[in-house]
Design a protein around this ligand. Structure first.
Ligand code: EPU
Length: 338
C-alpha cells in the first residue's frame, strides 16, 4: 500500500474533475481497507469507489481511500436461482456481462451503468424499470469506526428511489465491501415494459427476447443519449426526477398537458426532470466547459476542464430556472462533495 501525496483525482471520477487529494491510497483487499482506516497519522479519511456519482467541488484535504477490492463468485445455487457475491471494486457493467455470459437473469436492464458494484447500493442504481434492490440479497460493509464487518439485509438498507440507508442515516459511517445478488437461472422475468426497450426490440424484429437481447437493447438506447464518461465527463443523471403530490400534479398537468409523467402511487407523481429542463430551453446550454448534455437534459457534462464549482453553478442556474417556470424544486442525485 503506497500513500501518494497531492494526487490528481481526474481519472478517478467520471466527471473528470481535476480535484486533488492531499493523500491517496488504493486498497485491494478487505484487510488493506482495515489498515488504511486505522492509519492514525491521517485523521481525515474519504472513501472513493468508482467515482461515478459524485461532483468534486474542492480539493480533498484528507486521505482518499480508493476501494479497489476485486472478486466475484457463485456462493450457492439450486435449479432455478443462483446467488453471486461480488466485491466492491468490480466494475458494474463487467459484472452484468459476466452474469449474462452464464445466462443468469436480473441485471440486464441495468447494463452499462457506470461505476463499481460497491457503490451501486448506496443510491440503489436503476434503469429501464429495474432497480438494484430487485435482485439484492445483502451486502457486507466495514464500520469506519471499529473496522468490523457488518452484514446488511435488504431491509436494513432501506432502499428507495435513488436512496438507501448508506445515503441517509448511515452516510459516511460504513464502507461497502461486497454485495450479494440472487439471479434467475431459468424462466427469467423479462422487463421490457419501459417504452424505449420495446421500440428497440421491435426495430430488431425480436419477438421473444433473451436477457442478452434486452441488455443489447439497453446498451443501444443508453449509447444514443447518455454520454460515455471516457469521452465526455459526466455522472449520469445529475438530478432526481421530482415526485409531486396529487394536487400539485393536477395543477401542473392542467397547464402542461403534453408533459410526460409516471404515477408512483395514488397520491404521488414523478415528472421527468429532463423534460422540465428542456422546456426551460436549457438543453445544450453551456457555461464555459460545463454543459447540459445535448441529447439528455438530465445529464450535466464536462467538455474538458470544467471545475466542480462551474458544474455546480450550472446546476444552481438550472434549479432556479425550473423552479421559476414550474414551481417544482429539483434536487441533485449526484453527491456534491464540498
Ligand atoms: N425527456 C425530455 N428531454 C430530455 C430528457 C428526457 O423531454 O432532455 C423526457 C423523455 O422524452 C421521456 C422522459 O423525459 O419522456 C423520461 O426520459 P428517459 O427515459 O430518458 O428517462 P429519465 O427519467 O430522464 C431515468 C433515470 C436514468 C435512467 C432512465 C431510464 C433518474 C434520475 N434517471 O431518466 O438513470 O437511465 O430513467 O430508466 O431516475 C442515472 O441515474 O444516472 C440514469 C441515467
Amino acid at each position: 500500500m503506497q500513500i501518494k501525496k497531492d494526487f490528481s483525482l481526474k481519472n478517478f471520477n467520471t466527471f473528470g474533475i481535476d480535484a486533488r487529494a492531499q493523500f491517496f491510497v488504493e486498497v485491494t483487499s478487505v484487510e488493506e481497507l482495515r489498515i488504511a482506516l486505522q492509519l492514525a497519522d491521517y485523521p481525515e479519511k474519504f472513501i472513493l469507489g468508482g467515482g461515478s456519482n459524485m461532483l468534486l467541488v474542492n480539493d480533498i484535504k484528507a486521505l482518499v481511500i480508493h476501494v479497489n477490492i476485486k472478486g466475484k463468485e457463485i456462493i450457492s445455487e439450486n435449479a432455478n436461482h443462483v446467488k453471486i457475491k461480488v466485491m466492491a471494486g468490480e466494475n458494474w457493467h463487467q459484472v452484468v456481462l459476466w452474469t449474462l455470459e452464464q445466462d443468469f437473469g436480473g441485471l440486464e436492464n441495468m447494463s452499462l451503468i457506470p461505476g463499481n458494484t460497491g457503490t451501486a447500493p448506496v443510491q440503489n442504481i436503476g434503469a429501464y424499470g429495474v432497480e438494484l434492490k430487485d435482485t439484492f440479497v445483502s451486502c457486507e460493509a466495514m464500520d469506519r469506526n471499529n473496522q468490523e464487518i457488518k452484514e446488511f439485509s435488504k431491509e436494513d438498507c432501506k432502499f428507495g428511489y435513488r436512496e438507501s440507508f448508506f445515503k441517509s442515516e448511515g452516510r459516511d459511517a460504513f464502507v461497502i465491501t461486497a454485495v450479494t445478488f440472487e439471479l434467475s437461472k431459468k424462466n427469467h422475468k423479462l422487463n421490457t415494459g419501459y417504452g424505449a426497450i420495446e421500440d428497440e426490440l421491435q426495430k430488431r424484429n425480436i419477438l421473444n427476447p433473451t436477457i442478452k437481447d434486452i441488455s443489447n437493447a439497453v446498451i443501444t438506447i443508453r449509447n444514443s443519449k447518455l454520454p460515455d464518461p471516457k469521452k465526455l465527463g459526466n455522472s449520469g443523471s445529475f438530478f432526481k426526477n421530482p415526485i409531486i403530490t396529487k394536487s400539485e400534479f393536477e395543477r401542473f398537468i392542467e397547464k402542461h398537458s403534453a408533459a410526460p409523467f409516471y404515477k408512483v402511487s395514488e397520491s404521488a407523481f414523478k415528472i421527468p426532470a429532463g423534460w422540465l429542463i428542456e422546456q426551460c430551453g436549457l438543453k445544450g446550454k453551456r457555461l464555459g466547459d460545463a454543459g447540459v448534455h445535448t441529447k439528455q437534459a438530465l445529464v450535466l457534462v464536462n467538455y474538458d476542464s470544467a471545475s466542480g464549482k462551474e458544474i455546480l453553478d450550472l446546476a444552481h442556474t438550472i434549479i432556479k430556472e425550473v423552479y421559476a417556470r414550474f414551481g417544482i424544486s429539483i434536487q441533485p442525485e449526484v453527491n456534491i462533495i464540498k
